[in-house]
Design a protein around this ligand. Structure first.
Ligand SMILES: *[C@@H]1O[C@H](CO)[C@@H](O)[C@H](O)[C@H]1NC(C)=O
Length: 353
């Protein structure tokens, strides 16, 4: 009998005995995150490698990014809204139970992912918003109320005001070039109370100015733990100069991230206002469920958005239950970080559009 055949038989029988392929193999644990958020991945890895659950690891990883204020777009101190305020969007999902907890437009509390976990584990709800989310988080023991602004965010906001509040997220309004208050503008140029014709026709505008190469905007992290259980989490302080009250894709399950124990997980980043209309991570996970490889599933989800919004900027990263990972992007170069047992440290992968 050849060595290859022996090896095959050994692998075959050990797979029966050890349950190889069911979590005890070298495929798990694995941590995958958007962007080169290396410290966040290391923090998640330390947790999952020590035997903690995927949910625990996601919390450790995303919290590390919130504490480090990754790129100024996660945690406190970044992305001021039109009033100069920083607010937090976050989500966590347990792929075993399909339980989700999320907070949106949360004020005065910096711990987004921890607040999301409290919603998931101590309420029957899925999403809490605004000041009520802050009150909940503080009542449940998180620090606050705290000032989420930083010298940098206030400086950014002052410069934006000096620049006539440009760029901003308004369309079909008067004044077009200047600060608010804004009024709806009709298609013929006059202000009126109702919906403008342009709005009804669905005017598609270029948004790339808001999501340049330097606004990485979100950590979305997927973890498969030693037991083979899957969890995902997302944390962001949203879009810079957003209209107060805006909620992006961050706390929307299936959009910024999604996990299913039987399939794998997905994380997304980019122009959340557009991406949340397509639930790209739900799409990725469902495509993988039907047998698509992560690379194809990721590309397919991105191309569905690009067909309708050719100017959108975004990316997804997918990982399946075999530990195979891949990314796809549009409008920018995307990077994601991975740590597995085979790696000495976190590795950063680059995906070209
Ligand atoms: C919050 O912090 C910012 C930046 O340090 C500061 O400019 C602002 O005055 C503070 N706001 C309050 C209410 O203390």
């Amino acid at each position: 009998m050849s060595t290859i055949k022996l090896l095959f038989l050994f692998t075959f029988f050990s797979s029966l005995i050890l349950g190889y392929g069911d979590g005890i193999s070298g495929k798990y644990p694995i941590v995958v995150s958007t962007w080169p958020f290396v410290e966040a991945v290391r923090a998640a890895w330390r947790a999952v490698d020590a035997g903690f659950s995927a949910v625990d690891a996601v919390v450790e990883g995303c919290s590390a990014c919130e504490d480090l204020r990754c790129d100024g777009t996660v945690g406190p101190g970044g992305s001021p809204d039109e009033n100069g305020e920083t607010t937090i969007d976050a989500l966590i999902m347990n792929g075993v139970t399909m339980e989700i907890g999320a907070v949106a437009a949360m004020r005065y509390v910096k711990d987004g992912i921890r607040a999301a976990r409290l919603v998931m584990e101590h309420t029957k709800h899925t999403l809490l918003v605004g000041e009520k989310a802050s009150a909940f988080a503080i009542a449940m023991g998180l620090p606050g109320p705290s000032n989420l602004s930083s010298t940098e965010s206030i400086e950014m906001w002052n410069k934006w005001k000096e620049n006539g509040c440009q760029p901003n997220f308004w369309k079909n309004v008067i004044p077009l070039n200047g600060c608010g208050p804004y009024r709806p503008k009709s298609a013929n140029g006059f202000s009126e109370g109702g919906y403008s014709k342009a709005n009804l026709m669905g005017v598609i505008e270029s948004r790339s100015s808001h999501f340049g190469l330097h606004s990485h905007d979100t950590i979305s992290m997927a973890v498969i733990d030693k037991m083979g259980h899957v969890a995902v989490g997302t944390s962001t302080n949203g879009a810079t100069f957003k209209i107060p009250g805006r909620v992006g894709d961050g706390p929307i399950a299936g959009s910024s991230s999604y996990a299913d124990d039987g399939v794998g997980a997905c994380g997304a980043t980019g122009d959340g206002d557009i991406m949340m209309r397509f639930l790209p991570c739900y799409q990725v996970v469902e495509s993988m469920r039907l047998g698509m490889e992560p690379k194809l599933a990721a590309k397919d989800a991105i191309s569905r958005i690009a067909r309708k919004f050719p100017d959108f900027v975004g990316a997804v990263v997918a990982v399946n239950k075999n530990g195979v990972h891949a990314g796809a992007c549009h409008g920018w170069t995307f990077q994601y970080s991975v740590r597995t047992l085979e790696m000495e440290d976190v590795e950063v992968f680059t995906v070209l559009p």
